[in-house]
Design a protein around this ligand. Structure first.
Ligand code: AMP
Ligand code: TRP
Length: 343
């Protein structure tokens, strides 16, 4: 069965952008593929972050993923830092990664602008991502469009490593992306990618009131100044969102009423708000239930980490061997007795 790996940072809430762009796909794919879903806390520390809340945010992200339908009986859900092999493999892969490629990554160039002194971790972020995927020798990586460039680099790293250490074999498969139709959801500002750091999101766990308060001032067709102006749905982000949350009949009605200036933008948003609220209701209810039992979430993550570690351990034994390291011998019995491990 082909293997899928994907990751999400615990740096913010799950919102309708990363849900439509990636998470919903994971939920659908977990039935047909061996699926690993990782909360990538080691990636999250490459941006400025609060150490005090990292653990809580990590648990919250796992809770949201479970509420969104990741099923621990079908997928392996775990936290990146619980499997130290991710860090180890990223170090080894650093040695075959061209510096120029890292400097060329658009996300690096964007994010580097936020720092006076750019941390090396930000530059090496895509190497850790390559390690995540290659550690499990995954075939497919369901992500949004913004991760395509990182995945191209992952393939290059795999090729370079295979050429140098693969002993004529394709030890690391070159992972391919899987995109959804919603590969880039625009934020409520109608311009930038929906992203927590830009404050232009609708959270998956937002209350009905919050959803309406966020949607009400959202940008629509800029040429439509008054409700008497006919609109152009194709250039309106609210119309695009209707396509993910409303029935085909409603989408057709929205387009017709917009073009004919029969509805104002607020009317159109009200219908969208109701449909988003109805779609997210079961997710919100499941999340509220899980928030009452954090120990259950921790237990699921514990099980996930133990399965992932077993898989990662197998890969790393091969990797260390192929890269020529001296294998650590098990401690001799006498030294185990001395250290009180055995009598
Ligand atoms: P992030 O929330 O940035 O850690 O991203 C998690 C996953 O969601 C990645 O696969 C992203 O490519 C995807 N994603 C994030 N934001 C969006 C968006 N606005 N539209 C589509 N996909 C997204
Ligand atoms: N960089 C991804 C993002 O910001 C998250 C991520 C980390 C990831 N490791 C991964 C995604 C491995 C897919 C595969 O969204």
């Amino acid at each position: 069965m082909p293997r899928i790996f994907s990751g999400i940072q615990p740096s913010g809430e799950l919102h309708i952008g990363n849900w439509l762009g990636a998470v919903q796909n994971w939920v659908n794919l977990q039935r047909s593929y061996e699926t690993l879903i990782c909360v990538v806390d080691l990636h999250a520390i490459t941006a400025k972050y609060e150490a005090e809340s990292l653990a809580q945010r990590t648990r919250e992200m796992a809770t949201s993923l479970l509420a969104a339908g990741i099923d621990p009986d079908q997928a392996i859900l775990f936290v990146q830092s619980h499997v130290p092999e991710h860090s180890e493999l990223q170090w080894l892969l650093n040695t075959v990664t061209p510096l120029g490629e890292l400097e060329r990554m658009t996300q690096f160039k964007d994010k580097a602008q936020r720092f006076e002194s750019v941390p090396a971790g930000l530059l090496n972020y895509p190497v850790l991502m390559a390690a995540d995927v290659l550690l499990y020798r995954a075939d497919l990586v369901p992500v949004g469009e913004d991760q395509i460039q990182h995945l191209e680099l992952t393939r290059e790293i795999a090729r370079k490593w295979n050429a140098q250490f693969g002993r004529g074999e394709t030890f690391f498969p070159e992972p391919q992306p899987i995109l959804t139709e919603a590969k880039r959801i625009t934020g409520l500002d109608g311009q930038a990618k929906m992203s927590k750091s830009l404050g232009n999101t609708i959270g998956l766990l937002d209350t009905p009131e919050e959803i309406w308060q966020k949607l009400r001032p959202a940008k629509t067709d800029p040429a439509r100044v008054t409700r008497l102006d006919p609109g152009t749905p194709e250039i309106c982000n609210i119309y695009h969102l209707h396509q993910y949350f409303s029935s085909p009949e409603t989408v057709a009605l929205v387009a017709e009423n917009c073009r004919g200036a029969k509805w104002g933008c607020l009317d159109c948003k009200r219908v969208l708000a109701d449909n988003i609220i109805a779609t997210l209701k079961p997710i919100r209810e499941r999340a509220l239930g899980l928030q009452e039992q954090p120990e259950r979430v921790d237990e699921i993550l514990g099980d996930g980490a133990s399965t992932a570690r077993r898989m990662a351990g197998e890969t790393m034994r091969e990797v260390r061997d192929r890269m020529g390291f001296l294998m650590a011998a098990p401690p001799a019995l006498s030294s185990r007795v001395q250290r009180g491990l055995e009598s």
